[in-house]
Design a protein around this ligand. Structure first.
Ligand code: RIB
Length: 306
């Protein structure tokens, strides 16, 4: 079957500990637990789209180590097309070190491993996978030239192209914007991309407008409990977030992006796709871990907005 959503990005094994609070620089504190769970922004988004009812293919690189085997098996168990997942001989898979505190906030250190091996030639080699897609998603945990190539190719093929600029450390290459339909940053990423400090709905709109001046078509700033802000040259819409009891925010943004893409690929309009993605992301924060927290279609459809 042909994939509706293609994700070009990272796969990591997440090593997760829970603590009362996040450590300060130079400080040693005790963790309460240690869990090893599949993650990586690309893989999380692929799993979200797959669990929410569309055909998904993933393009990425894994190591030849045990984590690589487990990560591939996890993707196959979600019925994700893994033909374009390349195993790098002698390669060490990506790993993320995650600390989650009692307020469900986290810090994440990513060690890219073989995610850094994904080159534009990998994308060229699986061009037919891109050709079959409706929606193509990228993030920033794989090399920038690979992301740039994928965005351009997606635009040439007239696909819906989505960039989740995570993690972001500064402005994007200006020429990328013409290739992207939706840029979906969180507050800190919107700040890094635009130079506008984002700490309110108003400043989120200012940051999004700056990205539109730079050439973005549409921007969706995800604001956690403050909801999401969709900004285009024609309109600005604020979507309030469903209220839930947060346990762990890891992969909430990934769940939003994967769910939004799945909804667009399934034919929903963008406003309905945002609402659908918000419910999926809200459900994910009520559960621990990255991929274990991502809901399935019947969870989202059965969610009653409080
Ligand atoms: O967005 C959450 C993800 O960021 C984690 O799964 C971790 O692997 C890092 O990529």
């Amino acid at each position: 079957m042909q994939a509706s959503v293609v994700v070009v990005g990272s796969l990591n094994m997440d090593l997760v500990t829970r603590t009362e609070r996040l450590p300060r620089p130079g400080e040693t504190i005790f963790g309460q637990s240690l869990d090893t769970v599949p993650g990586g922004k690309g893989a999380n988004q692929a799993v979200a789209a797959a669990r929410l009812g569309v055909q998904v293919a993933m393009v990425g690189c894994l190591g030849s180590d045990a984590y690589g085997t487990q990560l591939r098996e996890g993707m196959l168990a979600e019925h994700i097309d893994c033909r374009a997942l390349r195993t790098v001989p002698e390669g060490v898979s990506g790993v993320a070190l995650i600390v989650v505190d009692a307020n469900s906030q986290n810090t994440i250190v990513v060690v890219p491993g073989t995610n850094a091996c994904l080159v534009p030639q990998d994308i060229q080699a699986f061009d037919e996978v891109l050709q079959a897609a409706r929606v193509i998603i990228c993030q920033l945990e794989v090399p920038m030239d690979t992301v740039g190539y994928t965005l351009r190719r997606g635009r040439e093929l007239d696909k819906t192209v989505i960039l989740n600029p995570a993690p972001a450390s500064g402005p994007l290459p200006a020429q990328w914007y013409a290739a992207i339909d939706y840029v979906i940053p969180n507050e800190s990423e919107a700040w890094a991309l635009s130079g506008v400090a984002v700490n309110s709905l108003e400043t989120a709109e200012d940051a999004a407008r700056r990205l539109i001046e730079l050439g973005a078509r549409k921007v969706i700033v995800t604001l956690g409990a403050q909801g999401a802000l969709l900004v285009s040259p024609q309109r600005v819409v604020h979507f309030a977030a469903p209220r839930v009891e947060a346990v762990d925010a890891t992969a909430a943004g990934d769940t939003f992006v994967g769910a939004f893409s799945a909804a667009l690929a399934a034919g929903k309009d963008e406003d309905d796709a945002v609402r659908f993605a918000q419910i999926a992301a809200a459900l994910s924060v009520t559960r621990e871990g990255a991929q274990p927290s991502i809901p399935r279609l019947n969870d989202v459809q059965g969610f009653v907005i409080p």
